[in-house]
Design a protein around this ligand. Structure first.
Ligand SMILES: Cc1cc2nc3c(=O)[nH]c(=O)nc-3n(C[C@H](O)[C@H](O)[C@H](O)COP(=O)(O)OP(=O)(O)OC[C@H]3O[C@@H](n4cnc5c(N)ncnc54)[C@H](O)[C@@H]3O)c2cc1C
Length: 327
């Protein structure tokens, strides 16, 4: 590991000032991703600003929706009774993530900021435009079974790994951010960036901006939501393909529908065109099949990950079918 200094911030203002003033500084939350990447020499901050003492861990549900502090632990959010009852897709996505030990440590802000699991990004000595801009992409000729089929560019087709982000993008969540210039809100759908020709620019945050929380607006669909994740192992594994769905059905007809995919996109992948086709149609297999086909219509697979197209289609159908909304 490279040498670094460590300081503990007691409030957001101090934490932001410390990181904004030093381009080599980084916030440290649960450390489950950052410390890992520091050991691998992928991230080499020379100053860590520990934000664990900053009071940002509240989980509050109100008539307007859900407000989750950035430092709330994944396990606490998953176990929160309001989250489990009113926003099941969030609890299910969290419980399908990592392991209980990791979830006890890892935070909501850190989860949204975690880096891709592409082995070439994490392995020193390989070409990776995300780790070293302009060096190339070893995955293109190498192992890419787990890679993205949506949102790719010639420069990068690594998947975004967060399960939670897939659930949140389906529910139109907004990321609350505080920085040296004040506060702002960023819709989650705009928070993560497509790789384009700058895959190292992964999100909308500027140096020194701290995620303070996530707001999930109240909606009729959130209560009838579900997360389905397919992976190589039954637990402790990232998604090959996942789907977050939410439905409102009235008299057997779909009034509202949300569909987002994980494991297949270079960012959490919401699919408005697939949602649109369901509205006003019966909550039935033919509607779900139509939506699922549209969900993967833009897919551009490569040799090793071509199986994800059909898998994603089936996961969407399965999630919509088993969601079972009658409310
Ligand atoms: C073995 C293993 C399996 C895993 N499996 C899954 C899985 O299946 N699904 C899944 O979704 N995740 C999985 N994870 C990832 C895990 O969820 C993340 O490591 C974790 O959520 C990161 O949170 P953290 O608080 O530890 O962040 P940290 O490691 O502390 O930080 C990660 C990054 O976020 C930045 N950061 C942290 N907090 C803030 C903030 N408030 N504002 C701005 N920047 C911030 C840090 O500077 C750093 O760059 C797995 C991890 C491991 C190690």
């Amino acid at each position: 590991m490279n040498p670094f200094t460590y300081q503990r911030a007691s409030d957001a203002t101090g934490a932001i000032a410390a990181v904004a003033g030093d381009e080599h500084a980084a916030f440290l939350a649960g450390g489950t991703n950052l410390v890992d990447l520091m050991k691998l020499h992928v991230m080499t901050p020379s100053r860590l600003v520990d934000v664990n003492a900053v009071p940002l861990a509240k989980i509050e549900a109100s008539r307007d929706g859900l407000r989750i502090g950035a430092l709330a632990r994944m396990s606490d959010v998953a176990a929160d009774p309001d989250v489990a009852r009113e926003f099941p897709v969030i609890a299910e996505a969290l419980l399908a993530s990592a392991s209980p030990q990791l979830r006890n440590m890892a935070t909501i802000g850190g989860n949204l900021m975690q880096r891709t699991r592409c082995p070439y990004f994490r392995g020193d000595g390989w070409a990776c435009n995300k780790r070293m801009p302009g060096s190339g992409c070893a995955a293109a000729q190498g192992e890419h079974r787990n890679h993205a089929i949506l949102g790719a560019s010639d420069h990068c087709f690594a998947t975004h790994p967060s399960d939670l982000a897939v659930a949140l993008v389906a529910l139109d969540a907004v990321v609350r951010v505080r920085g040296p210039a004040g506060e702002r809100s960023i819709p989650l759908r705009d928070f993560h960036r497509l790789p384009g020709d700058t895959p190292h620019v992964e999100c909308a945050l500027q140096q020194g901006e701290l995620i303070t929380g996530v707001d999930v607006p109240a909606s009729d669909v959130a209560i009838n939501s579900r997360y389905v994740k397919v992976r190589d192992r039954a637990s402790y594994e990232f998604a090959l393909v996942s789907a977050a769905v939410a439905l409102k059905v009235e008299g057997g007809v779909i009034a509202d529908c949300r569909i987002a995919l994980g494991g297949v996109g270079t960012k959490p992948w919401r699919i408005p065109e697939a949602e649109q086709v369901t509205r006003g149609r019966p909550a039935a297999a033919s509607t779900y099949e139509a939506a699922a086909s549209i969900a993967v219509a833009e897919a551009r697979p490569r040799e090793q990950n071509a199986f994800k197209v059909e898998l994603a289609r089936r996961v969407v159908v399965h999630a919509l079918t088993t969601q079972g909304s009658t409310r």
